[in-house]
Design a protein around this ligand. Structure first.
Ligand code: ZN
Length: 143
């Protein structure tokens, strides 16, 4: 059964990250510092290396892999919600190499920014808290 709530825009933030930032960590810090507790994130840019996750549905655990070397961020899409009362960013990325081949997955710590242009839209709405979902083993929204 779908669980969905109405949210309204609470404003937009736009900026860039610094070379050497941890991509996921830097977005998370921005959200905590600006008290963005609900919202969405998009970005483009480039990374020096990436660590991505893939969720093994049968094993119920993430496997992580590293993409060494420069890649373009062709797309980053994510959201902001609450886990243990703190803003948590969940993002997926698609990255391309020098041939235009793309790899993608769940953005993990260890992905290092070369350049990144970022838009965050804050939302007003009910609290979206993450908690362990028994059916998937994932920390999903308790709606
Ligand atoms: Zn994910």
């Amino acid at each position: 059964m779908a669980a969905i709530h109405n949210v309204t825009s609470g404003g937009l933030w736009m900026g860039r990250l610094s070379r050497g930032d941890d991509l996921l960590g830097a977005i998370s810090v921005i959200c905590r510092e600006r008290d963005i507790r609900l919202g969405r994130v998009e970005a483009i840019g480039a990374v020096e290396r990436a660590v991505l996750g893939y969720y093994r549905q049968q094993k119920r655990e993430y496997e992580f892999f590293t993409l060494d070397g420069p890649h373009e961020i062709t797309s980053l899409a994510g959201n902001v919600s609450l886990r243990d009362g703190e803003p948590m960013v969940h993002a997926h990325v698609t990255l391309s190499d020098e041939k235009g081949n793309v790899r993608g997955g769940h953005l993990a710590p260890g992905t290092i920014v070369f350049a990144c242009e970022l838009v965050i839209e804050a939302f007003r709405g009910p609290a979206f808290n993450r908690g362990l979902d028994d059916e998937t083993g994932l920390p999903l929204w308790e709606l």
